[in-house]
Ligand binder design. Structure first.
Ligand code: ZN
Ligand code: ZN
Length: 145
């Protein structure tokens, strides 16, 4: 499977075997992404190939996160101790995130309950921005969004 950042500068290819993913609600992920939760899938280091290198920043004394310096997309999470041999990629940075399904909540101590089940809320599609994002996913160059 392939994926990358919003502007296309950072791209990756990953040999994904598991469809399992999880939402992390921890404060560090909230700060890193500006979002209340973020979907990750865990994968072996050796199964991730950066086709163009991401930027990295130290998000804590024990972890660092790949991202794109140009557009700011959060691409994942990795412990500095590489002996684990695994890292996380953000589900939505994949070109087709639809394969993954959530199996757990992490960082449950800072989970915001009212945002958890929003399935009954009114649904409004995005128009122009959504179209631009879809075209970008297909690899077309777009200047909107
Ligand atoms: Zn980018
Ligand atoms: Zn987290």
């Amino acid at each position: 499977m392939t994926g990358g950042c919003a502007c296309g500068r950072v791209r990756f290819s990953a040999d994904v075997e598991s469809d399992e993913a999880y939402l992390c609600h921890c404060r560090m992920c909230q700060r890193a992404t500006g979002s209340l939760s973020i979907a990750f899938t865990e994968i072996e280091d050796e199964k991730v190939r950066w086709l163009s290198e991401p930027d990295w920043y130290d998000s804590s004394s024990i972890a660092r996160r790949p991202f794109c310096l140009a557009c700011g997309t959060s691409l994942g999470f990795a412990f500095k101790d590489r002996s684990r041999g695994r890292m996380d990629l953000t589900v939505a940075s994949f070109d087709d995130p639809s394969r993954f399904r959530p199996v757990a909540h992490a960082g449950a101590e800072s989970l915001h309950e009212p945002w958890l089940d929003t399935s009954a809320l009114p649904r409004h599609p995005t128009s122009a921005a959504s179209e631009a994002a879809t075209r970008r996913d297909r690899g077309e160059i777009v200047d909107a969004g």
